[in-house]
Design a binder for this molecule. Structure first.
Ligand code: FMN
Length: 324
């Protein structure tokens, strides 16, 4: 199997899990890593919040052995807070620190952070320099531009490289595109050709076919997969199998329900909330495991009213009765 070294860490050249706030938490990342995701990144953590709350962000920062290699992702645009936060994060022993320069959410962008940094490469570069105070490699997760039609990907990635970034992940969309439209893989290829640091390609990889295509068309060092792993951690197994020339068998309905129930148990065990509240966090995940099945709409709707683990077990039985 071909190997690749990114931020000093050598992994099989298959696929990483992309960071997803509100989705890719410890239980989710653990399952994806078990199924073959070769590295992962935390949900985004506010640099300023970390500096002010101290331990308030602990749940977001914790890393378990099953998730490694793993980076912790900071967002912010003030180098002094980034520097302090990068040092504070060392308590959690991240394998690297990733800086968010792609988030399109107004609450983040309006402060000048996330994808707004694409408009201020000098400040973005200072953030990279500041984050290096943590003593671990610093990587950058970026989009290709801010407004529709403005493509700053190549000079921006070069500026991040010059500031000391160990790698860049490029999501092939502008901020204005949010998550719709087609990801621009040509620009990802242009970034790969323009920098010496490893480039991780991201956007619209949904299965082994599209992953192979992204490697072929862009030449990226590694691919990161986000939304295609919703209710489908097997996407990493499928990709690894393909790239190792091994056969892949999709999960049976029984396996889907086993993993769904295990995922819910992990959410309940990991959450600091009481079970009645934690089960709410499990609803969307449960519904994603039902996608593509017979009667999917009805099953998915039923997931959104789950109020206990026992109900989830009963629903899994009904799902199996309808799908086997
Ligand atoms: C619900 C959700 C939350 C996300 N949160 C983050 C985040 O915290 N940090 C980040 O860098 N990107 C975040 N992203 C962007 C993804 O990492 C990824 O770039 C994007 O989904 C495109 O990849 P995909 O087509 O494989 O999903 C998020 C995406 C989604 C859908």
């Amino acid at each position: 199997m071909e190997q690749i070294t990114i931020a000093g860490i050598t992994v099989p050249r298959t696929a990483a899990l992309a960071p997803m706030a509100g989705v890719a938490d410890t239980p989710y990342r653990t399952l994806c890593c078990e199924m073959g995701a070769v590295m992962c990144v935390s949900e985004m953590i506010s640099a300023k919040g970390l500096c002010y709350n101290g331990r308030g962000s602990a749940e977001l920062c914790r890393i378990t052995d099953a998730e490694r290699p793993m980076g912790l992702q900071l967002f912010g645009n003030e180098p002094e807070f980034i520097e302090k936060a990068a040092v504070l994060l060392q308590e959690y022993h991240p394998d690297w620190i990733d800086l968010n320069m792609g988030c399109p959410v107004p609450k983040v962008v309006n402060t000048g952070a996330g994808s707004a940094l694409l408009k201020t490469p000098d400040i973005a570069a200072k953030c990279v320099e500041a984050a290096r105070a943590g003593g671990v490699p610093v990587t950058v997760k970026m989009r290709i531009g801010y407004e529709a039609g403005s493509n700053v990907a190549v000079p921006f990635a070069q500026a991040m490289e010059a500031a000391g970034a160990a790698a860049v992940t490029v999501h092939g969309r502008t901020k204005s595109m949010l998550y719709s439209g087609k990801a621009d893989w040509e620009t990802i290829a242009a970034v790969k050709a323009a920098v010496k640091i490893p480039v991780i390609g991201n956007g619209d990889v949904t299965d082994a076919d599209s992953c192979e295509r992204m490697y072929r068309e862009t030449g990226v060092d590694l691919v990161a997969v986000g939304r295609a792993s919703y209710g489908n951690p097997w996407v990493f197994r499928e990709i690894s199998a393909r790239l190792q020339g091994e056969p892949y068998t999709p999960p049976t309905p029984e396996e889907r329900m086993d993993v769904m129930l295990r995922h819910i148990r992990m959410i309940l065990a990991h959450s600091e909330k009481p079970p009645a509240l934690a089960i709410r966090e499990a609803r969307k995940h449960a519904s994603w495991y039902m996608t593509g099945s017979r009667n999917a709409a009805a099953f998915r709707a039923a997931c959104y009213s789950l109020s206990s683990y026992e109900e989830a077990e009963r629903l899994a039985q009904e799902f199996l009765a309808a799908n086997t």
